[in-house]
Each structure stands twice: as structure tokens, then as C-alpha cells.
Design a protein around this ligand. Structure first.
Ligand SMILES: Nc1nc2c(ncn2[C@@H]2O[C@H](COP(=O)(O)OP(=O)(O)OP(=O)(O)O)[C@@H](O)[C@H]2O)c(=O)[nH]1
Ligand SMILES: [Mg+2]
Length: 202
């Protein structure tokens, strides 16, 4: 099955985006396959409100491992089946905790094979502290990798927060030539453009 992977640094909103995007694509019961960095895997079926309650946190590295949601995407010309894969937050350099290092390796292995890569960046943070401070080396590396492929887009997230407007300007300046969609994972804005992009590249 074709895969669309959601990656980015910790706390940028990957899990909220994945759940709300699935909801936007009319998936009401999320059939999620969890794959932990230590090699176990299991499945859970969660309603959207329960998934939001359990899987999102304001603490970084809440997601440890891969969370794969199978989706039938409705479009003008029928449906497309794909897996939306939420991942652990990327870190700068080598993280001190073994589990987080393993989770990061697991994420990077998945990126290689994905058909679509949605790279989330917290635009509100770039708007507050400046792009150079908010974006890590890891964001540039991901963008460089993405530049070599089709199906790669940057999602400037948290556009509902006021600092994000300035952040978006900075992200556009730092990543010229890339496809960039401003979104709010919280309010589900910008999702139609992302849906069309995913549809085209699956
Ligand atoms: N205002 C606002 N808050 C958001 C948005 N997206 C995510 N958040 C908040 O940001 C925090 C982190 O969200 P998550 O979805 O758990 O972030 P993540 O990237 O999955 O984090 P890790 O799993 O730890 O890597 C939570 O407090 C969310 O409510 C958004 O679009 N707007
Ligand atoms: Mg998460």
C-alpha cells in the first residue's frame, strides 16, 4: 500500500495533523497500527475524539514509534487507498535516550520508501524566535532530501497563532523552490490543498 509519511521535529503538531487530516478525509474510526522502536506492533481502533485525547500532548516526544492509519480517500475520480504514517519527532544531533534514537532511526527508514512526505514545521515558533533558531539543522536536511523527489511538501503549521504569519514569511524565505502549504492542524485549515497534493502524488 502507498504511504504518506508525516515527519518533523517534536511538538510541531504531526499527530494532531494526522488525526484531523484522517477526520477531514471522513475516517470516523481510526484503525491504527502502532510499531514501537523496540520492534513490537499492535493495532487499536479509536474514535477521533479518543485518539485526540490519548495521542496528543504538549510534551515533546509523546509519539514514540510509527502510527499507521489506513485511509480511503474520496476524490472526484473515485477513491484512493493509502496509509498515513505519523512518526516520532526528529531531534538535532544524537539524542541521549536510546529509545528516542531508535525511534528516529525508525522514522528515517520509513521516509526512504514513502510516496508522499509531509514535513511539518511550527510556523508560530519560527515567527517568535526567527527561522534560524526555530528550524534545526534537521529541517534543512529533510528539505534537501525532499528536493530530490516529487511528493515532498512543507506544511507550515499552527497558522491559527498570530506569530505564525511572520513565521510563514521566514519559512518561505528559507526554503525557496519547495511546495509550502500553510495549515492549522487544530482548525483544519489548508487541508483541501494538502488533500489535492496527496491525491496527485499517490
Ligand atoms: N494552536 C495550535 N496548536 C497546535 C497545532 N498543532 C498542534 N498543536 C499543539 O502542539 C502540541 C503538540 O502537538 P502534537 O500533535 O502532539 O505534536 P507532535 O509533532 O506529534 O509531537 P511529538 O509526537 O512529541 O513529536 C499540542 O499541544 C497540540 O495541541 C495547531 O495547528 N495550532
Ligand atoms: Mg506525535
Amino acid at each position: 500500500m502507498r504511504e504518506c509519511i508525516v515527519i518533523g521535529k517534536a511538538n510541531v503538531g504531526k499527530t494532531l495533523f494526522a488525526i484531523n487530516f484522517a477526520d477531514y478525509l471522513k475516517v470516523t474510526r481510526l484503525n491504527i497500527e502502532f510499531a514501537t522502536p523496540s520492534g513490537e506492533s499492535y493495532r487499536r481502533v479509536l474514535s477521533v475524539p479518543l485518539a485526540l485525547q490519548e495521542l496528543i500532548s504538549d510534551q515533546p516526544h509523546h509519539t514514540l514509534g510509527l502510527q499507521r492509519i489506513e485511509i480511503q480517500m474520496p476524490g472526484v475520480k473515485g477513491r484512493k487507498y493509502f496509509a498515513l504514517v505519523d512518526t516520532s519527532g526528529l531531534t538535532e544531533g544524537i539524542h541521549g535516550e536510546t529509545l528516542i534514537r531508535r525511534a528516529m532511526a525508525q522514522t528515517l527508514a520509513k521516509v526512504r520508501d514513502a510516496h508522499v512526505i509531509l514535513h511539518l514545521i511550527d510556523a508560530s515558533r519560527s515567527g517568535q524566535v526567527g527561522a534560524i533558531e526555530a528550524l534545526g539543522e534537521v529541517d534543512w536536511q529533510v528539505a534537501q532530501f525532499g528536493a530530490m523527489r516529487t511528493g515532498y511538501a512543507i506544511l507550515a503549521n499552527k497558522m491559527d497563532l498570530k506569530e505564525a504569519q511572520n513565521g510563514l514569511v521566514q519559512i518561505r524565505r528559507e526554503f525557496p523552490g519547495h511546495v509550502i502549504f500553510p495549515v492549522s492542524a487544530l482548525l483544519k485549515t489548508g487541508f483541501e490543498e494538502v488533500k489535492q497534493f496527496v491525491w496527485r502524488h499517490l
